[in-house]
Design a binder for this molecule. Structure first.
Ligand SMILES: Cc1ncc(COP(=O)(O)O)c(C=O)c1O
Length: 442
């Protein structure tokens, strides 16, 4: 199991074994029903149990399960064409992979190779933001710095990693006190980092439109347009990591569309196939792909499962469902309602310091004191108390060590489901605040 403390899982009577899923709900091996408020890893965008995907995959596998060397398949071509059609601007060239880490590894290789092929071989540094997560494999694990992925065991770091502040308006790394101030200062910090690191050595900036690990961090509106300008000024490529945000999670098809910014490269996974099969893609602008199209100048890059036709056909069917059922719009609409309902909880619960997010990537940032925004001491075991409460009430939802609760349900969720979830969270917070002896707002 991912990130699992085996002994603790066993001590708590686990693991929880899931047998079936339908919409936003799953059923365990004892027949108990749960609401998956995380939607897998914010990845089951269309919800569980869509047999159309199983049928499309079955039919594809009966006809052709893989391809001979040096060939491709019509399923792969249709998938790539569809991604090019829905991606903004000239983001038209697609390299399919098996997941988010591979998509970002591919983006880093393309960024460095792109500069190299154009006669700027010195550009190797990559700027990412503290608190972000871009994957678990050899190179990309050194991007960002999410608490859930400590790296001490794996030193030395990948060369050329440069870390920028996270534009979280509630806890701004640069001391900004409004979303505007925070976003401008954090974008400016990237400009400063590029200059301090010799612009001729910087290959790319990578960022998620809305960052999940620190709790649905939505930057102020100035941030993404400023990143675009800064990257253009120095000839640095801008990589948008859409692994979580893509395919409707933020209420737009792609997260960057919230600010009308077009990165040079975007990476997708998770929602591209709603986790029905392993699939991701690195999508680059025509201009970035162009140097690799010339005779003798190809990008040597292979993963055996890149372009797998079964995953590709599942991805196509998934995108069709997202489009025909208006799930992007539903994410926007129900996400807004969800956020309002959570904001309603702030009236009663002093433990909630901030509610943030857009669409269906939302978070509660918990505090022991709203004025100081301080966290609870670890000895109080706040996450364990909350997680026991969520479990008791049938919610698959976790408070992490950073005392933030991330919510990212399937995009097919409805307002009545939201009411059920918010009611359960309300009860859990009452119980936990009682246990912690927190006074209530009167
Ligand atoms: C923003 C982001 N990028 C990349 C990844 C890595 O994706 P995968 O786990 O599919 O390798 C994740 C995974 O959570 C992610 O959240």
């Amino acid at each position: 199991m991912h990130n699992s403390a085996w002994h603790q899982t066993a001590a708590e009577g686990g693991p929880l074994i899931i047998e079936e899923g339908n919409g936003i709900r799953v059923t365990d091996s004892d027949g108990k029903s749960w609401i998956d408020v995380n939607g897998g890893y914010l990845s089951v965008n269309i919800g569980y149990g869509r047999t159309e995907i199983a049928e499309a995959t079955y039919n594809q596998m009966r006809r052709l399960s893989y391809f001979p060397q040096g060939t491709t398949t019509s399923a792969t071509i249709k998938f790539a064409t569809k991604l090019a059609e829905i991606s903004p601007g000239s983001l038209n060239r697609v390299f399919p992979v098996s997941g988010g880490s591979e998509a970002n590894e591919t983006a880093l290789k393309i960024a460095r190779a792109y500069h190299n092929r154009r006669g700027e071989p010195g550009r190797y540094k990559i700027i990412s933001r503290k608190g972000s997560y871009h994957g678990g494999s050899g190179g990309v694990m050194w991007l960002g710095s999410a608490e859930l992925m400590p790296r001490d065991d794996y030193n030395p770091p990948y060369p050329g990693m440069v870390y920028a502040p996270q534009p979280n308006p509630y806890r701004c790394d640069m001391g900004g006190e409004t979303p505007t101030e925070c976003s401008i200062r954090c974008a400016q910090a990237i400009d400063d980092l590029i200059r301090d690191n010799n612009p001729d050595e910087v290959a790319a900036v990578i960022a998620e439109p809305v960052s999940m690990p620190g709790g649905a961090v939505v930057p102020g509106d100035q941030y993404w347009p400023m990143l675009r300008e800064i990257c253009d000024k120095y000839g640095v490529l801008l990589i948008g990591d859409e692994v979580i945000c893509g395919f409707g999670r933020t209420g737009k098809m792609f997260g960057v569309e919230n600010w009308d910014v077009i990165p040079d490269i975007i990476t997708v996974a998770k929602g591209v196939v709603s986790s029905y099969l392993p699939l991701g893609a690195t999508i680059v602008k025509d201009e970035i792909a162009e140097p690799f199209g010339k005779q003798g100048n190809i990008l040597p890059h292979i993963f055996t499962y890149s372009g797998h036709p079964a995953s590709a056909i599942a991805g196509l069917k998934n995108i069709e469902i997202i489009e025909t059922e208006g799930l992007v719009e539903n994410s926007y609409r129900v996400g807004k309602y969800f956020k309002q309902q959570l904001e309603g909880l702030m009236v009663d619960h002093p433990i909630i310091g901030d509610i943030r997010g857009i669409g269906l990537i939302l978070a509660l940032d918990l505090v022991s004191d709203r004025n100081s925004k301080s966290k609870f001491p670890n000895s109080m075991q706040l996450p364990a108390k909350l997680n026991a409460g969520f479990k008791k009430r049938g919610l698959i939802l976790r408070a992490g060590a950073s005392q933030v609760i991330n919510l990212g349900p399937p995009l097919c969720i409805e307002n009545t489901d939201v009411d059920e979830i918010v009611h359960a969270i309300d009860l859990v917070l009452w119980e936990v605040e009682g246990e912690l002896g927190m006074g209530h707002i009167t």
